[in-house]
Design a protein around this ligand. Structure first.
Ligand SMILES: *Cc1c(COP(=O)(O)O)cnc(C)c1O
Length: 396
């Protein structure tokens, strides 16, 4: 099976480029620059050196012995993306895109952020390269993520409050796109997940695919065979694609994407795009599954983890879902909160609440598997940012 998109950025019917006329030439310029640099030895060398020396890669593949023994089934390995600089996988993509922006002669970077994680990673690479940085953030998210707002400002970024709509991530993306239309000559839009118009879903996936390349090499070194399951949480879908991509053609490796099941099955209570209310539609420049009501209005979503709380999913995931290469499941807020504390206690690793969704699903299936089976869970980020949320929900 062919897993690559066509030259217009479509995986089957998903993806593409649904943007105002004024952005078409900017996206064309970006696509050309990306394809001319992606196999360039100088570009790759600089990207790999920064991953190594600035972000601390390769991240370990850790055998979670106590977790595996407690569950009494499969061996569980954790891909430790939480050990990256800034505490999550997002920096992999930011390093790639800032290098590209620099080569394209752009002096100004804009980005959108929900929980602030992508904003912090973007502000970090802008500081590293001495570039001007503007981050759009919904004012509701700014209130909830005060510390990350402060962190971005400390790193020299300007954080612009967005007061339209629900004052959250999707409104911030609209505002960032508006800025880009106006300032396209000097500005690169550093998009944070495998979303948006072509070439972003493809490019972000490529920059994240280092996760799966390392994981494959590491599991072969440790176990001399490929894993039976890969499990990752799916917000926009970048950490999951980063892990999955390298294994797509290994037919025996099963892959599971875990969406946010929130607090219930009703539209508005979850962020599971393949569940109740998810239908094919267009949101923010790309065609994919979108949570919407009967009239096609974008639904509100809910998840205890801000990084999974989004109405759409990357188009490559929509394709992998429809061709049944990846299975998508959902995990509720309370299951994720339980996994958050369980992993902390049995392994001494506090996961991000997003990553805790993947851990929770591994906890469900591991006991049903045999001791010689192997699960690799992508631990996309660390949980320091989520301690207050956990405290609020668990009442301790
Ligand atoms: C942002 C984030 C996610 C969700 O984004 P994806 O693009 O789906 O990976 C997951 N985990 C962590 C730790 C994050 O910061």
């Amino acid at each position: 099976m062919n897993f690559e998109p066509n030259e217009k950025g479509y995986w089957g019917e998903f993806g593409g480029r649904f943007v105002p006329e004024t952005l078409v030439s900017a996206l064309e310029e970006l696509t050309q620059a990306y394809f001319s640099f992606r196999d360039d030895a100088g570009f790759r060398g600089e990207y790999e050196a920064l991953l190594r020396e600035f972000s601390g890669r390769p991240t370990p593949l850790f055998y979670a012995r106590r977790l595996s023994e407690e569950l009494g089934g499969a061996k569980i390995y954790l891909k430790r993306e939480d050990l990256n600089h800034t505490g999550a996988h997002k920096i992999n993509n930011c390093i790639g895109q800032i290098l590209l922006a620099q080569r394209m002669g752009k002096r100004r970077i804009i980005a959108e952020t929900g929980a602030g994680q992508h904003g912090v990673a973007t502000a970090t690479v802008c500081a590293l390269f001495g570039m001007e940085c503007v981050v759009y953030m919904g004012s509701e998210d700014m209130r909830r993520q005060e510390l990350n707002v402060f962190r971005m400002r400390l790193l020299g970024a300007e954080v612009r409050a967005v007061n339209t709509g629900s004052r959250t991530l999707k409104d911030a993306i609209n505002e960032a796109l508006r800025d880009w239309v106006t300032n396209v000559r000097t500005t690169h839009y550093l998009l944070g997940s495998v979303l948006g118009p072509h070439p972003y879903p493809l490019m972000v996936r490529d920059f994240q695919s280092v996760i799966g390349r390392e994981a494959k090499r590491q599991i072969l070194e440790k176990e001399a065979r490929l894993p039976d399951y890969l499990i990752a949480c799916v917000g926009g879908g970048s950490n999951a694609m980063g892990l999955f991509y390298e294994f797509l053609k290994d037919e025996k490796v099963k892959m599971i994407g875990v969406e946010a099941g929130g607090k219930g099955n009703q539209l508005g209570e979850h962020a599971s795009r393949f569940m109740n209310g998810g239908r094919i539609g267009i949101l923010q420049g790309t065609k994919s599954y979108v949570l919407q009501d009967e009239r096609g209005q974008i639904a509100t979503t809910h998840s205890v983890s801000a990084g999974l709380d989004y109405a759409s999913i990357g188009p490559e995931h929509a394709f992998l879902h429809d061709v049944k290469r990846v299975e998508y499941v959902s995990v509720t807020d309370s299951e994720a909160l339980h996994a958050f504390s369980f992993l902390s206690k049995v392994e001494g690793i506090i996961p991000a609440l997003e990553s805790a969704h993947a851990v929770a699903y591994a906890m469900k299936i591991a006991p049903k598997l045999t001791r010689d089976q192997i699960i690799v869970v992508n631990l996309s980020g660390r949980g320091d940012k989520d301690i207050a949320t956990y405290r609020e929900f668990s009442g301790i």
